[in-house]
Design a binder for this molecule. Structure first.
Ligand code: PLP
Length: 374
């Protein structure tokens, strides 16, 4: 199989599997127990937290482990409260774990403002300026789009927010951006940043929320007071170890430039074959969204799967929902959206595999159009 659906999830690095296994077999103690083995399990968490913090550009005290980025995003958006004249600003490009909760809050009477996207896929900065004001309490803008790989100018948006909405807390969903967009968290100036380990070669079920020093938000879960009282619940020590191992491996591979070159080569191949690359402008280099004319993405996805190639067709977690809210917000027609596939790369993607996959995708598209498939 040539696996090109890495924005949905990545294959777990061997070192991450080994780290999790060692933790489960040998260092399985409750990290909150006060005897020696528990204390040493706790110190392993702190060692792992430091490894991750060093790699992502944060202080260890700023990272809280969560069960996934959906949890991190829900935690942040769920902190929004109904205040007289208060408002919350999000972008139309948010992942559903931000967007759906924001809509639920709007239904409960909170003024939620949605900043449109430009046709290139990034947040419309002029509209952002208009929609944020002194009554804005929370802003949430995705760092890298999980649909197109487009990188939002988060640093610039933070700068605008500090002036126009000085009371607002700025959150960014960094699931597709962490370590992939070449911007350490501290360089962005954000207050809060969500991330998920399974997009970086670690298992599903572990994520984090970066909470900049000095920022006060309410705890997510109450109980035993783990994670400095911010997120109670016995820590997932095996997956925290795996997360740290994966981050270390990812940093060591340092292959973002190679991946980006593969993405650009694929973009050229598809464009030369009458397909349209969706979203222009700065891209993380890991995601390529392509509209393949006159071929339904679902049929194409299944056809290429039968030939040993795995690709996506928009966010996996919204796969059951009709349409694509983010691509619609970029102005794509329903017909174009039906023809869009998402190809996403990771460290284990080789250039030759990616190019062969592109040929298989184009051949399958041709077969479908000529009625030989589906
Ligand atoms: N945010 C973005 C941008 C994502 O791509 C995803 C997963 O695809 C999530 C949030 C949710 O992450 P998790 O699977 O860790 O809940």
């Amino acid at each position: 199989m040539i696996y090109l659906d890495n924005a949905a999830t990545t294959k777990v690095f061997d070192c991450a599997i080994e780290a999790a296994e060692a933790c489960m077999r040998e260092h399985f103690y409750n990290p909150n127990a006060t005897y020696g083995s528990g204390v040493s399990a706790k110190s392993r968490i702190e060692r792992d937290r430091r490894t991750i913090a060093d790699a992502v550009g944060a202080d260890p005290s700023e990272l809280v482990f969560t069960s996934c980025a959906t949890e991190s995003n829900n935690w942040v958006i769920g902190c929004a409260r109904k205040r007289p004249n208060g408002n919350v600003v999000i972008s139309a490009g948010e992942h559903s774990s931000v967007y759906e909760l924001a809509i639920a809050l709007r239904n409960r009477g909170i003024d939620v403002r949605i900043v449109p996207l430009t046709s290139s896929g990034s947040v419309d900065i002029e509209a952002f300026k208009r929609l944020t004001d002194k009554n804005t309490t929370l802003v949430s803008v995705i760092h890298v789009s999980n649909e197109t790989g487009i990188v939002n100018p988060v640093k610039e948006l933070v700068g605008i927010t500090r002036k126009s909405a000085p009371n607002a807390i700025f959150h960014s969903d960094g699931v597709q951006g962490l370590l992939k967009a070449g911007e350490p968290i501290s360089s962005l100036g954000v207050d809060l940043y969500s991330a998920s380990a399974h997009k970086l070669g670690a298992p599903k079920g572990i994520g984090l929320l970066y909470i900049r020093r000095g920022i006060n938000i309410q705890p997510f879960m109450y109980g035993g007071g783990q994670e400095r009282g911010m997120r109670s619940g016995t820590q997932n020590t095996p997956f925290i170890s795996a997360f740290a191992a994966a981050v270390g491996k990812f940093a060591e591979l340092n292959d973002s430039v190679r991946i980006s070159a593969i993405r650009n080569e694929l973009a050229e191949i598809f464009t030369a074959n009458d397909c349209e690359v969706i979203g222009c402008g700065k891209n993380s280099g890991y995601i390529l969204s392509v509209c393949v004319p006159n071929v339904k993405a679902e049929i194409l996805q299944n056809a290429v799967h039968d030939k040993g190639v795995v690709i996506g067709k928009g966010a996996a977690c919204s796969g059951s929902k009709r349409g694509n809210r983010v691509l619609s917000a970029m102005g794509l027609s329903q017909k174009q959206i039906e023809n869009c596939v998402r190809i996403s790369l990771f460290s284990d993607t080789s250039r030759d595999d990616a190019v062969s996959a592109a040929r298989i995708i184009l051949d399958c598209a041709e077969a479908i159009r000529s009625g030989h498939v589906g």
